[in-house]
Design a protein around this ligand. Structure first.
Ligand code: TYM
Length: 336
Protein backbone atom coordinates (compact mmCIF):
# COMPACT_ATOMS: atom_id res chain seq x y z
CA UNK A 1 0.00 0.00 0.00
CA UNK A 2 1.49 3.40 -0.97
CA UNK A 3 2.61 5.08 2.22
CA UNK A 4 0.58 8.29 1.86
CA UNK A 5 -2.71 6.71 0.84
CA UNK A 6 -4.81 6.12 3.91
CA UNK A 7 -3.38 9.02 5.93
CA UNK A 8 -5.79 11.83 6.69
CA UNK A 9 -4.57 14.07 3.89
CA UNK A 10 -6.64 15.53 1.07
CA UNK A 11 -7.05 13.24 -1.92
CA UNK A 12 -5.75 14.19 -5.36
CA UNK A 13 -6.73 12.41 -8.54
CA UNK A 14 -5.39 13.01 -12.03
CA UNK A 15 -4.74 11.11 -15.24
CA UNK A 16 -3.09 11.51 -18.63
CA UNK A 17 -3.87 9.70 -21.86
CA UNK A 18 -1.13 7.45 -23.20
CA UNK A 19 -0.92 8.92 -26.66
CA UNK A 20 2.43 8.18 -28.29
CA UNK A 21 4.00 11.42 -27.25
CA UNK A 22 3.87 13.02 -23.86
CA UNK A 23 4.47 16.67 -24.64
CA UNK A 24 6.14 19.48 -22.82
CA UNK A 25 2.57 20.80 -22.36
CA UNK A 26 1.51 17.63 -20.51
CA UNK A 27 4.68 17.77 -18.45
CA UNK A 28 4.55 21.43 -17.44
CA UNK A 29 0.74 21.60 -17.25
CA UNK A 30 0.19 18.37 -15.35
CA UNK A 31 2.89 15.83 -14.63
CA UNK A 32 5.37 18.13 -12.98
CA UNK A 33 2.67 19.37 -10.63
CA UNK A 34 1.70 15.82 -9.75
CA UNK A 35 5.24 15.15 -8.62
CA UNK A 36 5.32 18.26 -6.43
CA UNK A 37 2.01 17.41 -4.77
CA UNK A 38 3.00 13.91 -3.65
CA UNK A 39 4.29 14.88 -0.21
CA UNK A 40 1.30 16.94 0.83
CA UNK A 41 -1.63 14.91 -0.50
CA UNK A 42 -2.85 11.34 -0.90
CA UNK A 43 -2.14 11.20 -4.61
CA UNK A 44 -3.87 8.82 -6.99
CA UNK A 45 -2.72 8.94 -10.62
CA UNK A 46 -3.65 6.91 -13.67
CA UNK A 47 -2.68 6.28 -17.27
CA UNK A 48 -6.07 6.96 -18.91
CA UNK A 49 -5.98 4.22 -21.54
CA UNK A 50 -9.78 3.76 -21.66
CA UNK A 51 -10.11 7.38 -22.75
CA UNK A 52 -7.53 6.89 -25.49
CA UNK A 53 -9.67 4.67 -27.76
CA UNK A 54 -12.11 7.50 -28.48
CA UNK A 55 -9.74 7.99 -31.40
CA UNK A 56 -8.64 4.93 -33.39
CA UNK A 57 -5.43 3.30 -32.07
CA UNK A 58 -3.10 0.86 -33.75
CA UNK A 59 -3.10 -2.14 -31.31
CA UNK A 60 0.65 -2.74 -31.29
CA UNK A 61 1.59 0.91 -30.94
CA UNK A 62 -1.16 1.45 -28.36
CA UNK A 63 0.17 -1.31 -26.11
CA UNK A 64 3.69 0.13 -26.28
CA UNK A 65 2.37 3.65 -25.65
CA UNK A 66 0.60 2.52 -22.47
CA UNK A 67 3.78 0.94 -21.11
CA UNK A 68 5.88 3.89 -22.21
CA UNK A 69 3.51 6.32 -20.50
CA UNK A 70 3.61 4.28 -17.29
CA UNK A 71 7.43 4.19 -17.33
CA UNK A 72 7.71 7.84 -18.33
CA UNK A 73 5.52 9.06 -15.48
CA UNK A 74 7.65 7.08 -13.05
CA UNK A 75 10.73 8.62 -14.69
CA UNK A 76 9.23 12.10 -14.18
CA UNK A 77 9.06 11.41 -10.46
CA UNK A 78 5.67 9.81 -9.80
CA UNK A 79 6.65 7.67 -6.83
CA UNK A 80 4.64 4.44 -6.41
CA UNK A 81 5.75 4.23 -2.79
CA UNK A 82 4.21 7.59 -1.94
CA UNK A 83 1.31 7.56 -4.40
CA UNK A 84 -1.09 5.17 -6.04
CA UNK A 85 -0.30 4.96 -9.75
CA UNK A 86 -2.18 2.52 -11.98
CA UNK A 87 -3.41 1.82 -15.50
CA UNK A 88 -7.09 2.75 -15.83
CA UNK A 89 -8.22 -0.33 -17.80
CA UNK A 90 -6.87 -2.59 -15.01
CA UNK A 91 -9.50 -1.27 -12.62
CA UNK A 92 -12.95 -2.28 -13.87
CA UNK A 93 -14.88 0.03 -11.54
CA UNK A 94 -14.06 2.99 -13.83
CA UNK A 95 -16.04 1.67 -16.78
CA UNK A 96 -18.88 0.55 -14.49
CA UNK A 97 -19.33 3.86 -12.72
CA UNK A 98 -18.96 5.68 -16.06
CA UNK A 99 -22.01 3.79 -17.35
CA UNK A 100 -24.07 4.76 -14.34
CA UNK A 101 -22.97 8.40 -14.53
CA UNK A 102 -23.86 8.47 -18.24
CA UNK A 103 -27.44 8.07 -17.11
CA UNK A 104 -27.12 11.18 -14.93
CA UNK A 105 -25.45 13.34 -17.59
CA UNK A 106 -27.50 15.30 -20.06
CA UNK A 107 -27.09 15.24 -23.83
CA UNK A 108 -27.08 19.07 -23.83
CA UNK A 109 -24.24 19.21 -21.29
CA UNK A 110 -22.06 16.85 -23.31
CA UNK A 111 -22.85 18.73 -26.52
CA UNK A 112 -21.39 21.91 -25.02
CA UNK A 113 -17.96 20.41 -24.33
CA UNK A 114 -15.42 22.29 -26.44
CA UNK A 115 -13.09 19.28 -26.60
CA UNK A 116 -15.92 17.21 -28.11
CA UNK A 117 -16.61 19.93 -30.67
CA UNK A 118 -12.90 20.21 -31.58
CA UNK A 119 -12.26 16.48 -31.76
CA UNK A 120 -15.42 15.70 -33.71
CA UNK A 121 -14.31 18.25 -36.28
CA UNK A 122 -10.79 16.83 -36.42
CA UNK A 123 -11.97 13.22 -36.67
CA UNK A 124 -15.17 13.78 -38.63
CA UNK A 125 -15.07 10.22 -39.97
CA UNK A 126 -15.20 8.76 -36.43
CA UNK A 127 -17.48 10.80 -34.16
CA UNK A 128 -18.20 7.85 -31.88
CA UNK A 129 -20.38 7.65 -28.76
CA UNK A 130 -17.27 7.27 -26.58
CA UNK A 131 -15.94 10.61 -27.76
CA UNK A 132 -19.24 12.15 -26.75
CA UNK A 133 -19.56 10.50 -23.33
CA UNK A 134 -15.86 10.76 -22.51
CA UNK A 135 -16.49 13.36 -19.74
CA UNK A 136 -18.68 10.88 -17.80
CA UNK A 137 -15.75 8.45 -17.72
CA UNK A 138 -13.50 11.26 -16.53
CA UNK A 139 -16.08 12.07 -13.83
CA UNK A 140 -16.09 8.40 -12.79
CA UNK A 141 -12.27 8.40 -12.51
CA UNK A 142 -12.35 11.33 -10.15
CA UNK A 143 -15.47 10.55 -8.12
CA UNK A 144 -14.57 6.89 -7.45
CA UNK A 145 -11.71 8.05 -5.22
CA UNK A 146 -13.68 10.85 -3.52
CA UNK A 147 -10.99 13.24 -4.74
CA UNK A 148 -10.78 16.68 -3.13
CA UNK A 149 -8.50 18.21 -5.74
CA UNK A 150 -7.82 17.53 -9.43
CA UNK A 151 -4.65 19.04 -10.92
CA UNK A 152 -5.14 19.68 -14.65
CA UNK A 153 -4.20 22.11 -17.38
CA UNK A 154 -6.65 24.84 -18.41
CA UNK A 155 -8.08 22.73 -21.26
CA UNK A 156 -9.62 20.23 -18.82
CA UNK A 157 -11.39 22.81 -16.67
CA UNK A 158 -14.71 22.44 -18.48
CA UNK A 159 -14.69 18.66 -17.95
CA UNK A 160 -14.07 19.23 -14.28
CA UNK A 161 -16.98 21.63 -14.00
CA UNK A 162 -19.18 18.98 -15.59
CA UNK A 163 -17.85 16.42 -13.08
CA UNK A 164 -18.91 18.72 -10.27
CA UNK A 165 -22.36 19.16 -11.82
CA UNK A 166 -22.84 15.41 -12.21
CA UNK A 167 -21.73 14.79 -8.61
CA UNK A 168 -24.01 17.51 -7.26
CA UNK A 169 -26.94 16.16 -9.27
CA UNK A 170 -26.39 12.63 -7.97
CA UNK A 171 -25.96 13.86 -4.38
CA UNK A 172 -29.14 15.93 -4.81
CA UNK A 173 -31.17 12.86 -5.76
CA UNK A 174 -29.65 10.24 -3.43
CA UNK A 175 -28.04 12.18 -0.58
CA UNK A 176 -24.37 12.72 0.01
CA UNK A 177 -22.46 10.18 -2.08
CA UNK A 178 -19.62 11.96 -3.84
CA UNK A 179 -17.11 14.52 -2.66
CA UNK A 180 -17.30 17.61 -4.91
CA UNK A 181 -13.78 18.02 -6.37
CA UNK A 182 -11.94 21.31 -6.89
CA UNK A 183 -9.72 21.96 -9.90
CA UNK A 184 -6.08 22.82 -9.25
CA UNK A 185 -4.62 24.80 -12.11
CA UNK A 186 -1.02 25.86 -11.64
CA UNK A 187 -0.20 29.48 -12.44
CA UNK A 188 2.82 28.52 -14.54
CA UNK A 189 2.72 26.06 -17.42
CA UNK A 190 -1.03 25.53 -17.28
CA UNK A 191 -1.36 26.40 -20.95
CA UNK A 192 1.70 25.74 -23.05
CA UNK A 193 0.98 26.87 -26.60
CA UNK A 194 1.96 25.45 -29.98
CA UNK A 195 5.44 26.52 -31.13
CA UNK A 196 4.03 27.07 -34.61
CA UNK A 197 0.74 28.80 -33.80
CA UNK A 198 0.73 30.44 -30.36
CA UNK A 199 -3.05 30.86 -30.45
CA UNK A 200 -3.48 27.07 -30.14
CA UNK A 201 -2.49 24.86 -27.19
CA UNK A 202 0.51 22.57 -27.66
CA UNK A 203 -1.05 19.26 -28.59
CA UNK A 204 0.35 15.90 -29.61
CA UNK A 205 -2.45 15.58 -32.14
CA UNK A 206 -1.08 18.57 -34.09
CA UNK A 207 -0.03 17.34 -37.53
CA UNK A 208 2.89 19.76 -37.62
CA UNK A 209 5.57 18.00 -35.53
CA UNK A 210 7.37 21.31 -35.03
CA UNK A 211 4.36 22.56 -33.04
CA UNK A 212 5.10 20.36 -30.03
CA UNK A 213 8.06 19.10 -28.07
CA UNK A 214 7.94 15.58 -26.66
CA UNK A 215 9.63 14.75 -23.38
CA UNK A 216 11.42 11.91 -25.15
CA UNK A 217 12.54 13.97 -28.18
CA UNK A 218 16.30 13.84 -28.80
CA UNK A 219 18.19 16.96 -27.64
CA UNK A 220 18.96 18.00 -31.22
CA UNK A 221 15.26 17.66 -32.15
CA UNK A 222 14.23 19.79 -29.18
CA UNK A 223 16.74 22.47 -30.14
CA UNK A 224 15.61 22.41 -33.79
CA UNK A 225 11.96 22.84 -32.76
CA UNK A 226 12.72 25.80 -30.51
CA UNK A 227 14.88 27.44 -33.17
CA UNK A 228 11.95 27.16 -35.59
CA UNK A 229 9.42 28.51 -33.08
CA UNK A 230 7.20 31.24 -34.53
CA UNK A 231 7.76 34.70 -33.00
CA UNK A 232 6.93 38.20 -34.30
CA UNK A 233 8.55 41.16 -36.04
CA UNK A 234 9.57 42.84 -32.79
CA UNK A 235 13.01 42.11 -31.29
CA UNK A 236 12.58 42.65 -27.55
CA UNK A 237 12.34 39.59 -25.27
CA UNK A 238 9.50 40.79 -23.07
CA UNK A 239 5.89 39.76 -22.41
CA UNK A 240 3.58 41.90 -24.53
CA UNK A 241 0.40 42.07 -26.52
CA UNK A 242 0.56 40.57 -30.02
CA UNK A 243 3.70 38.65 -28.97
CA UNK A 244 2.04 35.25 -28.44
CA UNK A 245 5.07 33.25 -29.58
CA UNK A 246 7.49 35.10 -27.29
CA UNK A 247 5.01 35.08 -24.40
CA UNK A 248 4.78 31.31 -24.76
CA UNK A 249 8.57 30.88 -24.86
CA UNK A 250 8.94 33.11 -21.79
CA UNK A 251 6.26 31.00 -20.06
CA UNK A 252 8.17 27.80 -20.86
CA UNK A 253 11.49 29.33 -19.77
CA UNK A 254 9.91 30.55 -16.56
CA UNK A 255 8.38 27.13 -15.84
CA UNK A 256 11.64 25.23 -16.32
CA UNK A 257 14.01 27.71 -14.64
CA UNK A 258 11.64 29.10 -11.96
CA UNK A 259 12.69 32.62 -13.02
CA UNK A 260 9.99 35.27 -13.36
CA UNK A 261 9.09 36.81 -16.72
CA UNK A 262 10.73 40.07 -15.53
CA UNK A 263 13.98 38.32 -14.62
CA UNK A 264 14.03 36.64 -18.03
CA UNK A 265 13.36 39.96 -19.81
CA UNK A 266 16.23 41.59 -17.87
CA UNK A 267 18.59 38.72 -18.67
CA UNK A 268 17.90 38.97 -22.40
CA UNK A 269 17.88 42.74 -22.69
CA UNK A 270 19.79 43.76 -25.81
CA UNK A 271 19.87 40.19 -27.11
CA UNK A 272 17.83 38.97 -30.08
CA UNK A 273 15.13 36.35 -30.43
CA UNK A 274 17.68 33.88 -31.87
CA UNK A 275 19.74 33.84 -28.65
CA UNK A 276 16.61 33.55 -26.57
CA UNK A 277 15.20 30.61 -28.51
CA UNK A 278 18.53 28.77 -28.16
CA UNK A 279 18.52 29.44 -24.42
CA UNK A 280 14.96 28.10 -24.04
CA UNK A 281 15.94 25.00 -26.04
CA UNK A 282 18.97 24.45 -23.78
CA UNK A 283 16.92 24.90 -20.59
CA UNK A 284 14.31 22.39 -21.77
CA UNK A 285 17.00 19.89 -22.81
CA UNK A 286 18.53 20.13 -19.32
CA UNK A 287 15.10 19.64 -17.71
CA UNK A 288 14.31 16.48 -19.68
CA UNK A 289 17.80 14.92 -19.73
CA UNK A 290 17.54 13.11 -16.33
CA UNK A 291 13.96 12.07 -17.14
CA UNK A 292 15.10 10.45 -20.38
CA UNK A 293 17.91 8.61 -18.57
CA UNK A 294 15.53 7.23 -15.95
CA UNK A 295 12.99 6.31 -18.63
CA UNK A 296 15.59 4.25 -20.53
CA UNK A 297 16.39 2.29 -17.35
CA UNK A 298 12.75 1.71 -16.43
CA UNK A 299 11.45 0.65 -19.82
CA UNK A 300 14.05 -2.14 -19.81
CA UNK A 301 12.97 -3.27 -16.36
CA UNK A 302 9.73 -5.03 -17.28
CA UNK A 303 9.51 -7.05 -14.05
CA UNK A 304 9.50 -3.92 -11.95
CA UNK A 305 6.90 -2.24 -14.17
CA UNK A 306 4.56 -5.26 -14.11
CA UNK A 307 4.85 -5.70 -10.36
CA UNK A 308 4.21 -2.01 -9.75
CA UNK A 309 1.17 -1.64 -11.98
CA UNK A 310 -0.38 -4.89 -10.73
CA UNK A 311 -0.07 -4.00 -7.06
CA UNK A 312 -1.38 -0.49 -7.72
CA UNK A 313 -4.40 -1.78 -9.65
CA UNK A 314 -5.30 -4.17 -6.84
CA UNK A 315 -5.25 -1.39 -4.34
CA UNK A 316 -7.12 1.05 -6.59
CA UNK A 317 -9.84 -1.56 -7.05
CA UNK A 318 -10.28 -1.91 -3.31
CA UNK A 319 -10.70 1.84 -2.79
CA UNK A 320 -12.91 2.46 -5.81
CA UNK A 321 -15.15 -0.56 -5.16
CA UNK A 322 -16.29 1.09 -1.93
CA UNK A 323 -17.66 4.07 -3.84
CA UNK A 324 -19.16 1.94 -6.60
CA UNK A 325 -20.97 -0.26 -4.05
CA UNK A 326 -22.33 2.81 -2.31
CA UNK A 327 -23.59 4.22 -5.62
CA UNK A 328 -25.17 0.94 -6.71
CA UNK A 329 -26.91 0.55 -3.38
CA UNK A 330 -28.33 4.06 -3.59
CA UNK A 331 -29.58 3.57 -7.15
CA UNK A 332 -31.37 0.42 -6.00
CA UNK A 333 -29.27 -2.40 -7.45
CA UNK A 334 -29.26 -5.76 -5.68
CA UNK A 335 -25.66 -6.17 -4.46
CA UNK A 336 -24.02 -9.61 -4.65
P1 TYM B 1 -4.64 14.78 -21.69
O1 TYM B 1 -4.05 13.42 -21.75
O2 TYM B 1 -5.06 15.44 -22.96
O3 TYM B 1 -3.66 15.76 -20.96
C1 TYM B 1 -3.10 15.41 -19.70
C2 TYM B 1 -2.90 16.64 -18.84
O4 TYM B 1 -2.03 17.56 -19.52
C3 TYM B 1 -2.65 18.83 -19.56
N1 TYM B 1 -2.25 19.48 -20.84
C4 TYM B 1 -1.68 20.68 -20.91
N2 TYM B 1 -1.32 21.56 -19.96
C5 TYM B 1 -0.73 22.71 -20.37
N3 TYM B 1 -0.50 23.02 -21.67
C6 TYM B 1 -0.85 22.16 -22.66
N4 TYM B 1 -0.61 22.47 -23.93
C7 TYM B 1 -1.47 20.92 -22.30
N5 TYM B 1 -1.94 19.85 -23.00
C8 TYM B 1 -2.42 18.99 -22.08
C9 TYM B 1 -4.15 18.55 -19.52
O5 TYM B 1 -4.88 19.65 -19.03
C10 TYM B 1 -4.22 17.39 -18.55
O6 TYM B 1 -4.19 17.85 -17.23
N6 TYM B 1 -9.21 13.67 -20.07
C11 TYM B 1 -7.84 13.92 -19.68
C12 TYM B 1 -7.23 12.74 -18.95
C13 TYM B 1 -8.05 12.30 -17.79
C14 TYM B 1 -8.18 12.96 -16.54
C15 TYM B 1 -9.06 12.15 -15.77
C16 TYM B 1 -7.61 14.13 -16.02
C17 TYM B 1 -8.81 11.18 -17.74
N7 TYM B 1 -9.41 11.11 -16.54
C18 TYM B 1 -9.41 12.53 -14.48
C19 TYM B 1 -7.97 14.49 -14.70
C20 TYM B 1 -8.86 13.69 -13.97
C21 TYM B 1 -7.01 14.18 -20.91
O7 TYM B 1 -7.35 13.81 -22.00
O8 TYM B 1 -5.85 14.80 -20.66
Amino acid sequence: MPENVGEKKKVIFSAIQPSGTITLGNYLGALRNWVKLQDDYNCIFAVADLHAITVRQDPKAFKQNILNAYALFLACGVDPVKSLFFIQSHVHTHAELAWILNCYTQFGELSRMTQFKDKSQKHSDNVNAGLFTYPSLMAADILLYQADVVPVGVDQKQHLELTRNIAERFNGIYGNTFKIPEPYISTVGSKVMSLQDPTKKMSKSDENVNAWVAILDKPETIMKKFKRAVTDSDTVVKVGEGKGGINNLIGIMSAVTSKTAEQIAAEFEGKGYGDFKTAVGEAVIEEVRPIQERFNDLINNKDYLVETYRKSAEFALKISQRTLDKVMKKVGYVLK
